[in-house]
Design a protein around this ligand. Structure first.
Ligand code: ARG
Length: 497
């Protein structure tokens, strides 16, 4: 007998599904997912309960049998996952445990379903909770980034391209750049949630069932927002795992960039990480190392590897169910665990770090990073930007040869005369040039939407707060709907027990 039948196992031998013939032999451990299924133990109990309630409502089983099965499920729940007898998976083990308690009638629990729709429902049920947690963790990180940003709207720092000093900016502008990225990560997690939260139950093995099941009802009792219509798709589909893992891997890649920056900034003395988020050397007592952030950086490798393993497992699988699928979902769950932890650690590290304002200020105009600002001044005076670029490039070369950092106004005037045959001050005032060379004024001048000027950053912070509130509301609503469904299911169950 296999899971395809909607049978009434006796619970003898090696469990409700396998019986003696398919005892598993030496491959038993290889076949079994029971240990990893601890993660979906609660989900399976909920799925069982909803299914049994629906079977009774549809008069497919009697209320009495439903009551006995539901009472047994309570008992199985109280005993916990570890008390399950050795089985092929949690679905079989719980069914075996129910049959042990109820007798053969307990086998009616598996009427009109298969482990195929059952496991798919359990995975979705559990993963949606995980995704809400993950989304909520990203909200915490965004909150920390915004908080730190609001404390540093005037804190100058060098901005880089190619890791070369490029233009002065502020710590707030830098931190909000990551807030924006993490905000999209939140959106991706919530997008994935919407497609995870659909019910495959009632699809049975893949081909539907002759029983008059109410698929909408089980979906409702489990808090699923929709029913996956096509029964073959419902059991085969694992793209929901791909979407979730991809959203997590994308977020892990965002985190890895933040972590890398902070490692580099710590190295330059721009940021001092709290001791709690640092480590030391077992031999070099003076060392304070950014180990936590290096580990955060490494989690992207795990998550991307997991996504790749998942996609590779799914590639080319024929319809409908294949046991390969048992090895697919652990990649998603592993990614959730490691990425959520990394997000939490990154948030803690940012919240407790000290930005070294003096060192940052000193570095803010290193490498003549105000050059673009001066070129902008010339362009505003009507000189084609490309010509202005040429003048500043010559000035940069001049100071590079002299090894003097930023050119003074006289040097700028000389190179302008060289290129244009006219004094710099025929085009711009001395004050404007001096302001462009000053990193504070340079930052303040770049007040375009989303730019680093403190005014622009203040506007961005207002928008961030609004978006954070909206996203927190979305997560709360989703949690509320799940809690309501949970309550409804519990109430329904008590009418039978
Ligand atoms: N443990 C299995 C899994 O995770 C449950 C489904 C078993 N179905 C089957 N047709 N063998 O996929």
């Amino acid at each position: 007998m296999s899971e395809e039948s909607t049978g009434t196992g006796t619970g003898t031998g090696t469990g409700a599904v396998r019986r003696d013939r398919f005892s598993g032999g030496p491959a038993r451990g290889f076949l079994s997912s029971l240990a990893g299924d601890a993660r979906i133990f609660d989900a399976d109990l909920a799925v069982d309960r909803a299914h049994v309630v629906m079977l009774a409502e549809q008069a497919i089983i009697t209320d009495d049998v439903a009551g006995e099965i539901l009472a047994a499920l309570d008992d199985v729940e109280a005993a916990g996952h570890d008390a399950l007898s050795d089985g092929e998976d949690v679905h079989e083990a719980i069914e075996t445990a129910v049959i042990e308690r109820v007798g053969a009638e307990g086998g009616k629990m598996h009427t009109a379903r298969s482990r195929n729709d059952e496991v798919a429902a359990c995975l979705r049920y559990r993963l949606r909770e995980d995704l809400l947690n993950a989304a909520e963790t990203t909200l915490r990180l965004r909150d920390v980034l915004a908080d730190e940003a609001s404390a540093h709207t005037e804190t100058l720092m060098p901005g880089y391209t190619h890791l070369q000093p490029a233009q002065p900016t502020t710590v707030a502008h830098y931190l909000l750049s990551y807030e924006s990225a993490v905000a999209r990560d939140t959106e991706r997690l919530l997008d994935a949630y919407a497609r995870v939260n659909e019910s495959p139950l009632g699809a049975a093995a893949f081909a539907g069932t002759p029983f008059d099941v109410d698929r909408e009802r089980t979906a409702e009792l489990l808090g699923f927002d929709a029913v996956l219509e096509n029964s073959m798709d419902a059991v085969s589909a694992r793209d929901f795992l791909v979407e979730a893992t991809s959203a997590l891997a994308t977020h892990a890649v965002t985190l890895s960039g933040l972590a890398e920056d902070l490692v580099v900034f710590a190295n330059k003395g721009y940021v001092d990480l709290a001791d709690d988020y640092s480590s030391t050397s077992s031999i070099m007592p003076q060392k304070k190392n950014p180990d936590t952030l290096e580990l955060v950086r490494s989690v992207a490798g795990d998550a991307v590897g997991g996504l790749s393993a998942l996609l590779t497992t799914l590639k080319g699988l024929p319809r409908a169910y294949n046991r390969d699928l048992q090895n697919a979902h652990p990649h998603a769950f592993d990614a959730v665990d490691s990425v959520v932890e990394a997000t939490d650690v990154a948030a803690g590290a940012v919240a407790t770090a000290t930005w070294e304002e003096d060192a940052l200020r000193q570095a803010a105009d290193e490498g003549f990073s105000t050059a673009t600002g001066v070129a902008d001044q010339l362009a505003m005076a009507g000189i084609p930007f490309r010509t202005a670029h040429e003048i500043l490039a010559e000035a940069a070369a001049a100071v590079e040869d002299a090894g003097t950092g930023t050119p003074d106004v006289a040097t700028l005037d000389a190179v302008t005369a060289d290129v244009l045959g006219a004094s710099l001050f025929e085009h711009v005032s001395r004050e404007a040039v001096e302001a462009a060379l000053d990193p504070t004024a340079s930052v303040a001048s770049r007040d375009s939407a989303g730019g680093p000027a403190p005014d622009a950053v203040a506007r961005a912070l207002t928008a961030v707060e609004r978006d954070l509130e909206a996203d927190a509301g979305t997560v709360d609503d989703a949690r509320g709907r799940l809690a309501d469904a949970h309550e409804t299911l519990e109430t329904e169950v008590t009418t039978y027990v």
